[in-house]
Write a protein that binds this ligand. Structure first.
Ligand SMILES: [Zn+2]
Length: 229
């Protein structure tokens, strides 16, 4: 979509609507709502379009159309003028005259509303922020849950990016939480998430043996695979 005079306002999120002249051959269809020119879709609600400062000019960002409707110019409210990026209705009308030559309040126009889409950099920042938030939430949940069943967790340490680990001072079990492609919560080595085994040497011993046996099985498996090669 071309926004010759107002593209910067869109990037600044000060403009979320545009009024466009209705060109012969254009009609509005529903399901999905779209503006069609001689059978070809020009703009469609829900789709994203490049913001161009002019014809054949490079895109400076993207907008996603949220609605398209037909409305007489004169039906605009002050809020509508603000959504267009102007302080007052008068300011909008003056600019309309500068661009189109005259202002007729009865003229029906297309009213297209949109939201600015995040740039890839903004999306990356937002994703990172969400991941960090999730990591903190995992840590909080695990801290509460494991403390409630008798573990006494030391400080949480960052193991690698978006991965934290804490050890129980009593049973020496380890809890790991991680966020990323795969979100993980793990209790290894030797942490029973149901209860702290420090008060129960027999259970502790049994658990230890179980871990040793599991490690033994993994080792045996690796060994047999190595042999098969
Ligand atoms: Zn413990």
């Amino acid at each position: 979509m071309i926004f010759q005079y107002t593209w910067q306002l869109i990037l600044d999120k000060k403009k979320t609507a545009t009024r466009r002249l209705i060109i012969p051959g254009e009609e509005l269809l529903d399901n999905p709502r779209r503006l069609v020119v001689n059978g070809r879709t020009k703009w469609q609600v829900g789709r994203s379009y490049a913001i161009q400062p002019g014809r054949r000019k490079k895109s400076v960002g993207r907008v996603k159309i949220t609605d398209i409707k037909k409305e007489p110019l004169g039906q605009m409210t002050v809020d509508d003028a603000r959504a267009e990026g102007f302080a007052t209705l008068g300011e909008f009308q003056q600019t309309w005259i500068q661009i189109h030559g005259h202002y007729n309040p009865d003229l029906p126009v297309w009213v297209i509303t949109f939201v600015k889409e995040a740039t890839p950099a903004e999306k990356a920042i937002a994703r990172r922020f969400a991941q960090e938030k999730l990591l903190k939430q995992f840590v909080r949940e695990q801290q509460e849950k494991l403390t409630a069943v008798g573990h006494e967790l030391g400080d949480w340490q960052a193991k690698e990016d978006l991965k934290m680990e804490a050890q129980c001072m009593r049973c020496k079990g380890t809890v790991t939480v991680g966020v990323g492609e795969v979100n993980l919560i793990g209790y290894f080595p030797l942490m029973n998430p149901e209860r702290c085994l420090a008060d129960d040497p027999v259970q502790m011993e049994a658990a230890n043996k179980e871990v040793q046996a599991a490690l033994g099985r993994v080792y045996a498996l690796l060994l047999s695979k190595a042999r098969d090669k």
